[in-house]
Design a binder for this molecule. Structure first.
Ligand SMILES: [Zn+2]
Length: 303
């Protein structure tokens, strides 16, 4: 009886052993090159996962944002335990910085992740607390982000160096095309048409890169600090709309601010063009296409 039992155990062990072996054989044959291990990149928002995915395409890297889609507000986001798990298992993590995604930083600190980290605003942009945190509207900073990320990916996963370099080269050409478009709009600006009023600072980096001057800084600052702009600031903006001192009004359609809506109505009533912008990347579009779209809209408003 004992002997039979022992035989059964041995037979079971053999089955388990064979099972494991055939499984591990299977995974090595399906994963391609021997040294290849899929790396995990976690970003705070889907703007950054979109950019990183352009560099990793053709490899088995997993690039995952914590926030995706335009329904969640990155300024006020509550991550889950599952999000912490993603960070623990990451090889590279990417955050905006400047307090924009402070929940992400807290999440990282709550884990013992060994991931390399890129904080775009501070590590690449050399920006300081109090600077405008909507840095993805800064096309030249995003271009530098592509270059830095490519280097980091190569450090982490040198087996795919050639693919990362080839992808980055092609992607940077798209940035050059976008920059040429920006320069073209810039060449049509003069002292007479370079002023704009804005509902908040979300698109300022792009506007300033084109050469626009934010005319209602005082109003904008109050909004950014979540305080009430003065009645004088509001009245002045309306005057600017009516006198066409400004070329257009930049309106964040995602802000859900009654005052911003009210100002957009006033611009409309004064027949002043409105440039509608959003905080997060519209669904089903790439970063480059999104920014190109905004620049095209600006170009149309200027004609
Ligand atoms: Zn914002």
């Amino acid at each position: 009886m004992k002997k039979i039992f022992a035989t059964i155990v041995l037979a079971l062990a053999a089955v388990v052993f064979v099972g494991c072996q055939s499984q591990s054989q299977q995974s090595t044959t399906t994963s391609g090159s021997d040294s290849e291990k899929a790396i995990n990149v976690i970003t705070s928002t889907d703007v950054y996962s979109d950019i990183v995915s352009e560099i990793t395409q053709g490899t088995s890297a997993n690039v995952t944002p914590i926030i995706s889609g335009s329904s969640a507000d990155p300024h006020h986001f509550e991550p889950t335990a599952n999000d912490a798990k993603k960070i623990t298992n990451a090889d590279l993590i990417v955050e905006n910085g400047l307090g924009y995604d402070s929940w992400f930083e807290k999440l990282v600190k709550s884990t013992d992740t060994k991931a390399q980290k890129i904080s775009i605003a501070t590590d690449i942009g050399q920006l300081k607390d109090g600077d405008n945190e909507h840095i993805w509207y800064d096309v030249s900073l995003m271009k530098k982000f592509v270059e830095t990320t490519t280097q980091k990916l190569i450090e982490i996963d040198s087996a795919n160096q050639a693919t990362y370099e080839k992808n980055a080269q092609a992607y940077l050409k798209k940035f050059d095309t976008l920059t040429a478009k920006i320069d073209d709009v810039k060449s049509h600006l003069s002292d007479a048409n370079k002023k704009v009023n804005v509902s908040e600072p979300v698109a300022d980096y792009l506007l300033q890169q084109i050469g626009f001057e934010i005319n209602n800084k005082h109003f904008e600052q109050a909004i950014a600090e979540e305080t009430d702009p003065s009645a004088q600031d509001i009245a002045q903006m309306q005057k600017d709309f009516e006198s066409k001192t400004v070329s257009f009004f930049v309106y964040n359609t995602q802000s859900h601010s009654p005052l911003a809506d009210q100002m957009a109505d006033k611009a409309k009533a004064a027949n002043l063009p409105i440039l509608e912008v959003t905080e997060t990347k519209p669904n089903d579009t790439s970063y480059i296409d999104w920014m190109t779209d905004v620049v095209d809209h600006i170009s149309k408003l200027m004609n």
